[in-house]
Design a protein. Structure first.
Length: 316
């Protein structure tokens, strides 16, 4: 994938009219997910808000309704760390959208947690960031296929550059490093994107799979790990520090929004901030590591993901 330079700075004003389109955003109750949902709705899309916590989801729904009075939102309870919740959410979205979904934004994630396991026994970061989204996308595949030109956007990270897929230790069976586990999950996001795009192309589908990363953005993600470990002081310092050193959630959401809506985006593209070290700035096409483009690893990861989740992709 060759990085491309856009002809001009891209902002939310460049989002095309999305009237009549339906989108789903995971992790829509805060940060980049909240901004993404807001701007998609502002452009006319009906947006499903996938939120793990019902109370925070209701708060987000109320906030978005105030900020976009003419927006159309629907809240769905979605815990990516529980495959039964993923199944239930996908069934409801598929049923209540009339079976058509134009945009899926796989945004939710956890970062650098102490060792935790999902409801199904997977290491929490790999299970949430990759397996949960793999299962959700697969279960929503009929609705995505029914759309005229659906787009799946999966949010990765600069940390994919430290990632390595260790098939013998995917769920921390032998050892655990919170940062290496996070890097592995974010690398998995990119491998999934490329493999989904290749398979959709080979099948002749009009589904586009792309990825984005937010650079360094002021969200609650960095503080979540220390908070879970009971280090509230460290969590508070990280929360304050990220707000001083990073761009806003509005800026961090721009690569995702461009990936989801720009007609110049094509399958397998990767977008991120165009500023220094891709930490901030207007969204542009960026490059990945060679590991993120390794076809053999992507193919193997796909097969393992199907086995672990029990979710297959008919026709691919």
């Amino acid at each position: 994938m060759t990085p491309r330079t856009p002809p001009k700075t891209w902002t939310t004003a460049d989002i095309p009219d999305l009237t009549g389109r339906t989108a789903a955003v995971t992790g829509a109750n805060s940060g980049i997910g909240l901004v993404t949902a807001r701007e998609l709705a502002r452009a006319g899309a009906h947006v499903w808000l996938g939120c793990r916590d019902p109370r925070r989801g209701r708060d987000a729904h109320d906030q978005l309704t105030r900020e976009v009075p003419k927006g159309s939102f629907e809240l769905v309870q979605l815990d990516l760390a529980d495959l039964s919740s993923v199944r239930d959410a996908a069934e409801r979205i598929g049923r209540e959208t009339g079976g058509t979904l134009d945009v899926l934004v796989n945004n939710a994630g956890v970062m650098a947690l102490p060792l935790r396991r999902t409801a199904d026994g997977f290491e929490m970061q790999f299970g949430t960031n990759h397996l949960g989204h793999f299962a959700l996308t697969g279960r929503l595949l009929p609705a995505l296929r029914a759309a005229r030109a659906a787009r799946v956007v999966t949010v990765s990270s600069l940390a994919h550059r430290i990632g390595r897929i260790d098939f013998g230790n995917l769920s921390a069976e032998r050892r655990y490093s919170k940062w290496l586990a996070y890097g592995q999950s974010k690398l998995a996001n990119l491998l999934f994107t490329h493999e989904l795009d290749r398979r959709a192309r080979a099948a002749g589908w009009t589904l586009t799979a792309v990825a984005a990363h937010p650079g360094m953005s002021a969200t609650n993600l960095a503080a979540a790990g220390p908070r879970l470990a009971g280090r509230t002081r460290q969590a508070e310092l990280l929360h304050r520090g990220t707000r001083l050193m990073t761009q806003s959630a509005e800026g961090g959401a721009l690569p995702t929004l461009r990936a989801a809506t720009d007609p110049d985006v094509t399958g397998g593209d990767y977008l991120g901030p165009g500023g220094v070290f891709e930490t901030r700035g207007a969204p542009v096409w960026v490059s990945t590591t060679a590991a993120a483009r390794d076809r053999a690893t992507a193919h193997h990861l796909w097969a393992v993901s199907e086995e672990l989740t029990g979710v297959t992709y008919p026709g691919l």
